[in-house]
Design a protein around this ligand. Structure first.
Ligand SMILES: [Zn+2]
Length: 488
């Protein structure tokens, strides 16, 4: 017996030594990059950004609210302000307001690079809560104000400025560069990005790299981390909404039956909510652990350096963590509409609820529906898809030459950031581009902080002039660095 206890302790000790040694040896795999000198940004660049924001290219949920004159004005804005882009790049319009520019590379055998952004913005939901005018405030105290300052005129104008500047210098890239600007990203991208990608497919264009919005540089967002972390989105979540509906006898509320439509439906919604979908350690989270883990405190390192042993514990910590980490490890469940009843003393004959799911790679709308039906387990309730649905995107490699190009371009401009793969929890136009490229990444070079997070699609959207200037420098580096790729 003593021998058994003794051997047990020896094994335990060896195990502890093993995980501690792994934590101690868990060293950085961050790409080492030399910073490049910050080039001057083009004169008038800030003014042009302010002008672009002043054009109210709003995508409304109801398409009858679409204001075509604003979108016409945006077409004219690009035409009037970027002479080299207009003169030297081939240009095509899709659905009148989405743009595809083609900058011919010197070596036609090389696969092209596609830089994406969208020119539409979301509406102003509560204008009174804004502390400035959402479209015409302009620039004050080194800050550019207004809807689109972050999402996504920031990257669109930065891409145009970088391209115009390089054209002005007489630069021609090795590989062809496309600029793809959709005008309906905020309402599906079907008239813009989808048409552009269909056209590229018809012309057998296969891209080496596609870069769109999606993730950014986080500042003060990751617990126990002092460094800023640039997140590079390697995939994005899917989307589905389920309608749960029950039809039953109604009646007078003075003599209610044992169970009503409202009772049945509310307990079903509650069951769905209490039985979340399973946790997944996706390549994005796994990559985050490898890239960021070594910079964390020793306690976290013990977990992260031994992620294969502690995966279920890590997933539980992330599922319960603050800052939306739950959304990065599972399909989320969000009841969004609950409807029933017409009068206080009538028992309704039907009840209906909508539950919105954001689907993690590894699951599909169908597996989510199967899960809901199983958990509801009540044949009085019909479960059906409601509205738009999409599968999660494929996953682009979280390493390799093409990923490193994005990584390198970030570090050349932002020397102190750490970089990491990530999963984008919202939808972007780039999901359509997986059909024409294995390397679709999502990153814009702006900072997300606990303070400005609420500005995104919310109130007081703004960006600093310095961030904008670094945005131009970043896209410039992406184009220049694509010349160094040693691939076809
Ligand atoms: Zn956007």
């Amino acid at each position: 017996m003593k021998k058994i206890i003794f051997s047990f302790f020896i094994i335990l000790l060896l195990f502890l030594l093993y995980i501690l040694a792994r934590a101690a040896m868990f060293s950085s795999s961050q790409l080492k990059v030399e910073t490049v000198e910050a080039v001057d940004t083009p004169p008038g660049a800030v003014d042009r950004f302010v002008q672009a924001i002043a054009i109210r290219t709003v995508s409304f949920a109801n398409e009858y609210d679409f204001d075509s004159t604003q979108f016409e004005m945006f077409n004219e804005f690009i035409e009037n302000n970027y002479p080299n882009v207009n003169e030297k790049l081939e240009h095509q319009l899709f659905s009148h307001y989405s743009h595809l520019y083609r900058w011919q590379g010197s070596d036609p055998s090389l696969k092209p690079l596609i830089l994406m952004a969208h020119l539409d913005v979301v509406p102003i939901a509560s204008p009174r809560k804004w502390s400035f005018h959402p479209f015409i405030e302009g620039v004050k105290n080194d800050t550019i104000y207004g809807r689109g300052a972050m999402d996504d005129k920031f990257s669109l104008i930065s891409i145009l400025e970088a391209t115009e500047q390089l054209l002005n210098e007489g630069f021609q890239p090795n590989r062809t560069v496309y600029l793809a600007f959709g005008h309906d990203e905020e309402v599906s991208g079907k008239k813009g990005a989808l048409q552009i990608v269909n056209y590229l497919k018809e012309n057998n264009v296969e891209a080496e790299l596609v870069l769109d919005e999606g993730s950014a540089i986080t500042h003060g967002m990751i617990p126990n981390m002092r460094n800023d972390i640039a997140l590079i989105g390697i995939a994005e979540k899917g989307y589905a909404t389920m309608e749960l509906r029950v039809d039953m006898d109604g009646g007078h509320s003075s003599s209610p039956p044992k169970e009503t439509a409202i009772d049945v439906l509310s307990s079903a919604v509650s069951r769905v909510k209490q039985n979340p979908l399973p946790l997944h350690l996706t390549p994005a989270i796994s990559g985050f652990i490898d890239k960021i883990g070594p910079a964390m405190d020793f306690k976290s390192k013990i977990l992260f350096a031994n992620k294969n042993i502690f995966s279920s514990l890590i997933l539980k910590v992330l599922a319960n963590g603050s800052g939306g980490t739950n959304a990065s490890v599972r399909t989320t469940t969000a009841p969004t509409i609950f409807e029933s009843g017409i009068k206080e003393n009538i028992i309704p004959t039907s009840a209906r609820a909508l539950i919105n799911f954001r689907i993690i790679p590894g699951e599909t709308p169908q597996t989510v529906k199967d899960h809901v039906e199983k958990v509801v387990n009540d044949e009085r309730i019909k479960v059906e898809y409601h509205g738009f649905k999409s599968k999660p995107s494929p996953i682009s490699p979280p390493k390799g030459q093409i990923y490193d190009l994005v990584d390198r371009s970030i570090k050349e401009i932002f020397p102190n950031v750490l970089t990491s793969p990530s999963l984008v929890i919202a939808a972007t136009d780039s999901r359509y581009f997986h059909d024409i490229s294995e390397h679709v990444y999502r990153f814009t070079p702006n900072y997300i902080t606990p303070e400005n997070l609420k500005c995104f699609h919310g109130i007081d959207e703004r960006i600093s002039v310095e961030e904008y200037q670094n945005g131009i420098r970043f896209y410039r580096r992406v184009i220049l660095n694509s010349d160094e790729l040693r691939t076809n």
